[in-house]
Write a protein that binds this ligand. Structure first.
Ligand code: CMP
Length: 319
């Protein structure tokens, strides 16, 4: 275990790197905002011209936050958004959950998020030939196909046919971009849908609650008592929780370290092997609130910001 001073220094360095990254993101956001404004102006111009001769286009809505983006909101502030549950048969519930878990972009969501998204999905139907999603539009809905099939096309090119049990329309919502392809009903179709607001509320509530739980944990660690709320909050931002079973190795002697660990539950045994022919020697036992792997925080370089993941451990290691 290093000294608290070492840890504070390493944390400050990381925080500075994160601050610089945030500043860069802010700059890029500003640039995007000005581009959005320009697009709005041009769109307005275009609409005005269209009104003169043809039908007008719907106004482009302003770019919204990425759904999983952290926010400074208090978790309680999101409680006013009412999430409505829609009843479903057991088959439909299974179909939706399986579809979400099989989707490359959604399968990493937490089990509770998958369940809540499933509960909030509402049924909708469309006739054969209808355009479900138009490439280039702002996306507002994620779908799971329950019956029928749809074609996915980009420009003139057909990308694929989607059959029941698949998610589509997730990219524009998850990545806050315009629709990447057009989706057309090949038959009459039955869909389950969730709108952007419901989706984002589920993502943010989970993220904020997690952050608040991590803050509570970090505040309870005696060694971190002198760290400011701001520092703790930055740590909580990058904290991830992982579980080890009794007897698992967490770090092997000699391996390159890229993770800093704080123990949340359980105990960890630290041993050292002096040479290949000798048995490992017991050094110490670490428990809740202790940390290790702090060397990982001392490296430098931009990539490290993303590689340094701080983990809360729930370890069941018998000593
Ligand atoms: P989104 O961009 O929101 O709207 C169009 C949807 O089509 C997109 O999300 C994906 O769900 C789907 N899509 C886009 N490209 C492909 C592809 N190459 N294969 C399958 N589905 C796609």
């Amino acid at each position: 275990m290093g000294t608290l001073r070492d840890l504070q220094f390493a944390l400050q360095t990381k925080i500075e790197e994160l601050r610089q990254r945030d500043a860069l993101i802010d700059e890029l956001e500003l640039e995007l905002d000005s581009k959005d404004d320009l697009i709005s102006q041009l769109q307005g111009e275009l609409d005005r011209l269209r009104e003169l001769g043809t039908q007008s286009n719907p106004q482009r809505t302003k770019r919204q936050a990425i759904s999983a983006e952290p926010t400074g909101l208090d978790p309680n502030q999101l409680t006013h958004v009412t999430l409505t549950n829609y009843s479903k048969s057991e088959e439909s519930r299974e179909l939706i959950q399986k579809a979400l878990l099989e989707n490359d972009f959604m399968k990493h969501l937490e089990a509770s998020q998958i369940l809540t998204i499933m509960d909030c999905m509402y049924p909708t139907t469309l006739a054969q030939g209808c355009c479900v999603i138009q490439e280039g539009d702002d996306g507002s809905t994620v779908y799971v196909l329950e019956e029928g099939s749809v074609d996915v096309t980009k420009g003139e090119q057909k990308l694929c046919t989607i059959e029941p049990g698949k998610v589509f329309g997730e990219l524009a919502i998850l990545y806050n971009c315009t629709r990447t392809a057009t989706v057309t009903a090949l038959t009459d179709i039955k869909l389950w849908a969730i709108d952007r607001q419901g989706f984002q509320t589920i993502m943010m509530r989970t993220g904020l609650l997690k952050h608040s739980n991590y803050m509570e944990f970090l505040r309870s660690v005696p060694s971190f008592k002198t760290l400011t709320e701001d520092v703790l909050s930055k740590v909580a931002d990058v904290l991830e929780e992982t579980h080890y079973s009794d007897g698992d190795y967490i770090i092997r002697q000699g391996a390159t370290g890229d993770t800093f660990f704080i123990i949340s539950e359980g105990q960890v045994r630290v041993t050292q092997q002096k040479s290949a022919s000798e048995e490992p020697v017991f050094l110490s036992t670490l428990s809740r609130g202790d940390w290790f792997g702090e060397q990982a925080l001392k490296g430098s370089g931009r990539n490290l910001i993303f590689r340094v993941i701080i983990l809360i451990l729930t370890i069941l290691v018998k000593i």
